[in-house]
Design a protein around this ligand. Sequence first.
Ligand SMILES: Cc1ncc(COP(=O)(O)O)c(C=O)c1O
Length: 440
Amino acid sequence: MQTSTRNELLLARSLAAVWHPCTQMKTHESLPLIPIARASGCWLYDFDGKRYLDAISSWWVNLFGHGNPRINAALVDQLDRLEHVILAGFTHEPVVALSERLSRLAGGRLGHCFYGSDGASAVEIALKMSFHYWRNSGRPRRTQFVSLAGSYHGETLGALSVTDVSLFKDTYSPLLRRSAQVPTPDWRLAERGESARDFAIRCAEALEEYLRQHHAETAALIVEPLVQGATGMAMHDPEYLRCARAVCNRYSVHLIADEIMTGFGRTGSLFAHEQAGITPDFLCLSKGLTGGYLPLSVVLTTDKVYEAFYDDEVTRGFLHSHSYTGNALACRAALATLDIFEEDKVIESNRAKSAAINAASRELAAHPRVKNFRNTGMIWAFEVAGDRPGLSRKLYQSAVAAELLLRPIGNTVYFMPPYVIDAEEIDLLLTRTHEVITQV
Ligand SMILES: Cc1ncc(COP(=O)(O)O)c(C=O)c1O
């Protein structure tokens, strides 16, 4: 069969059988799906060998390239031993080793790991655990959650309840619990002449005022540390997290760090909250956890929280489960990913790579239509000026025509490439993005 025919056939079958995520399917009448036959490193290929640079790490999950030989080898080895076993009543080496290692990497103060599958399931676990902790601790009135304006924590009902992106939330609002939002420290919203840090402190004061009034019924504050992703890569100063930790301590409110996107080096440190020198009560991880290979999420929490559930009474335990909790293959992929971090000193080498990308971005940042060019670690973002209807879609399509997978959020374009992106690929990404912005 001709390769182009294989592309077309796959598209037709996909449109007939697959309901694609986060998509009004009718848009595919005019915006073709892209068939992917294979992938290697930063590149995705169709059956004709047509290629796309995966500049968004396939929805922010991939860290060390597609088809990474080291993660592949670990998975093959694991396949011959154990693919999966129920984690209630049973245990296995990869889940134990991963839990020990994550706890150590998170500074040793988060001693227990509870596993889920996708990011949203980790958020559900953290919310339920926080509520249940207070109930077990004789504070059953603490049933409410507070999050930042513009926050995104996932699409399941609990996670959507603490999300503040109207495009995803409004339709389902009759199904959701109410949650409160406090001002976001997104530095683009600072007053003229106000530093990002001063603005962060001002926003933390608003949080303090909220908790002063509502702490008795608040279980937890949930935050995406340093970068709020889905709202458009809104970046803030670490001072916000330091202040938020202090305020939560003052009012005995849990701090949940949703590092589903920001974890595993995305913001320049292994975990974003490290940059503020704080420890959250709950740390939610997913996405890069398995290097972008398999769905796995985890919530790390303190021994203090764990102990509040440890009892003769069954219902004081955390009776939450998912069938694939602690899947052995996924845990092994995560261990292989952590090996790469250690062996290749990835956090250090990403520092040099981030500086090189910043230096190479000067021309793009100076493009007359580029606004708010910003960077945190291995994330870059900017707004494209112009109110042309359908700008986002036009940017996406022009990028695809230029061999780039970008997925603008409104008129915000961002890069979140796999860490293995090389100098030639960086040059191609920046040059072609410059051309795309000139064209649209
Ligand atoms: C900060 C944050 N939390 C939660 C989620 C939800 O993760 P998942 O899509 O794996 O359910 C996402 C996904 O983008 C995210 O960025």
